[in-house]
Write a protein that binds this ligand. Structure first.
Ligand SMILES: Nc1ncnc2c1ncn2[C@@H]1O[C@H](COP(=O)(O)OP(=O)(O)OP(=O)(O)O)[C@@H](O)[C@H]1O
Length: 381
C-alpha cells in the first residue's frame, strides 16, 4: 500500500559528474532547478546525459542497457555517474557505476557509504523519462506496457521492484518444476508463494492506474494534452481479482494454478497470471484505443501520462521528480510547447529537455539553463 502523502519538497540535481560514461570521458557541470535544456547535433551525447541521470534511479536506466555497454568504448571498462542531490537545505552526494567491466551489478554510494542496492536511490530522488524509443509503446508488445506500468508504480511505491522480481522468480521456479515433473508437494509450495506475489503485483499496479486515471481526469479535456483513459486488463484481474477480497483472490489463483498444471506443463510455461495482463490506454475524447490514434496523438497521450505521473510522485512521495524529456519539444506545436513549459514550471522541480535546435526553446525564460552538447563536452554548464 502506498504511504500517505507528505508535504512536497523540491528535489533537484545541483551538480552532475560523468566519468567514462558512453561518449563522455570526464565532464562535470553545476545545475540549477527548473528547466535544463540540452541542445546539440545528432549523436553529440544529449540522450547519453539523460541516461546518466536515469541511473540515479533503480534499474538499468532509460535504455535498459547492459551495464558493461555503458562504459566508454575507449575507456578502461568502468564508468561512474555522481550527483549532488539537493532537497531543501540538505545536499546528498550520490554516485553509481561499475568499477570494472567484470562487475555484474552497479555500485551505489550515498555520502561515501555503499548502499545495499540501487533501490536505495528512491530515497533521495525519483526520476521519470520519456524518450523516442517509447513511441511505439501503445502498438508494441504488452510486455513493454507492463514494464512501463511497473516503472510508473515503482516511482510512487519503491517496494514494487522487489515485488516484481519475487513474482518473476517464482514463475520461473514453477515452470522449472513443471518441466522436471516435480511432485504436487513441491508445486503446491511454490504456487502458494506465487499466488501471494501475484496478488501483490496486481494490486500495486491497479492502485497506480486508479491514482493516475483520477489525476488525468481532474485535468479534464481543457488541458493542452489529451486525456488518457487507463485500465489494467487481463484474465487475472477480470477473472480472479474483481469482486473478491485479496485473500479470496489469492486462494482462487492458487487453486487455478493447481488445476492448470497439465496445461501449463504442455505449454512449457505458466499461462495465467498478472504476467499476462496489459495496460490498456484509450484516447478518452474519442473513446478509441491509443494504438489507433495518430502518431502525434500517441506522443501527446504519453506525455500526458508522464506529466500526470510527475504530479502523482510529488503528491505521494512528497518530492518533486526529476523529469527527462528526450526530443519531446520538436514534436509539439507552439501552443502545446508553451503549455508543456507551463506544466513543468508548475511542477516546481527540475526537468531536462533535449533538442537539436535551440530555437524550439525560445519560450524558456531567463531562469532556464541552456547547455550545449558537443561531442561529449558540455558548453555553457
Ligand atoms: N559506450 C560508448 N562509448 C563511446 N561512445 C558511445 C557509447 N555508446 C554510445 N556512444 C556514442 O554516443 C553517441 C550517441 O549519443 P546520444 O544518443 O546521446 O546522441 P544524441 O545527442 O541524443 O543524438 P540524437 O539527437 O540523434 O538523438 C553516438 O555517437 C554513439 O556512438
Amino acid at each position: 500500500m502506498i504511504a500517505a502523502p507528505a508535504a512536497c519538497q523540491q528535489v533537484t540535481l545541483a551538480s552532475l559528474k560523468l566519468t567514462d560514461f558512453r561518449n563522455y570521458k570526464a565532464v562535470a557541470c553545476d545545475l540549477r532547478p527548473g528547466l535544463v535544456v540540452l541542445t546539440g547535433r545528432n549523436g553529440s551525447g544529449k540522450t547519453n546525459l539523460l541516461e546518466a541521470v536515469s541511473f540515479l534511479s533503480p534499474g538499468r536506466g532509460l535504455r535498459r542497457a547492459k551495464l558493461g555497454s555503458v562504459a566508454r568504448t575507449d575507456g578502461a571498462g568502468g564508468w561512474a555517474v555522481a550527483a549532488d542531490i539537493a532537497a531543501g537545505e540538505e545536499v546528498r552526494r550520490v554516485g553509481t557505476g561499475l568499477r570494472s567491466a567484470e562487475e555484474a551489478s552497479r555500485e551505489v554510494r550515498v555520502d561515501g557509504a555503499t548502499a545495499p542496492s540501487s533501490e536505495a536511490l528512491s530515497e533521495y530522488c525519483r526520476v521519470l523519462w520519456l524518450t523516442p524509443a517509447m513511441d511505439g509503446l501503445f502498438t508494441g508488445a504488452p510486455g513493454d506496457r507492463r514494464r512501463f506500468l511497473d516503472r510508473l508504480t515503482l516511482a510512487i511505491d519503491p517496494g514494487h521492484g522487489a515485488r516484481v522480481r519475487a513474482f518473476d522468480r517464482l514463475i520461473s521456479s514453477r515452470n522449472r518444476l513443471l518441466e522436471d515433473d516435480a511432485g504436487p508437494r513441491w508445486l503446491s509450495a511454490v504456487e502458494t508463494e506465487l499466488a501471494e506475489a501475484a496478488l501483490a503485483v496486481s494490486l500495486a499496479r491497479q492502485e497506480t492506474v486508479a491514482l493516475l486515471a483520477g489525476l488525468i481526469a481532474s485535468h479534464g479535456e481543457t488541458s493542452a494534452f489529451p486525456s488518457a483513459g487507463l485500465a489494467l486488463e487481463g484474465d487475472f484481474e477480470a477473472g480472479l481479482v474483481v469482486g473478491r477480497s485479496a485473500s479470496e483472490a489469492e486462494e482462487a489463483y492458487r487453486a487455478a494454478l493447481a488445476s492448470e498444471r497439465g496445461r501449463d506443463r504442455a505449454a512449457k510455461r505458466t499461462l495465467s497470471g498478472p504476467h499476462r495482463s496489459d495496460l490498456a490506454v484509450t484516447f478518452a475524447a474519442k473513446n478509441a484505443p491509443a494504438a489507433l490514434s495518430s502518431t502525434g496523438e500517441q506522443k501527446a497521450l504519453l506525455l500526458a501520462i508522464i506529466l500526470a505521473e510527475a504530479e502523482l510522485v510529488a503528491r505521494v512521495a512528497g518530492m518533486t521528480p526529476i523529469l527527462l524529456l528526450d526530443e519531446v519539444a520538436a514534436h509539439l506545436d507552439e501552443g502545446r510547447r508553451a503549455a508543456l513549459l507551463a506544466r513543468l514550471e508548475a511542477l516546481g522541480g527540475q526537468s531536462f529537455l533535449t533538442g537539436t535546435d535551440k530555437a524550439l526553446f525560445s519560450a524558456v525564460n531567463d531562469s532556464g539553463q541552456f547547455i550545449e552538447v558537443v561531442d561529449g563536452r558540455l558548453l555553457g554548464a
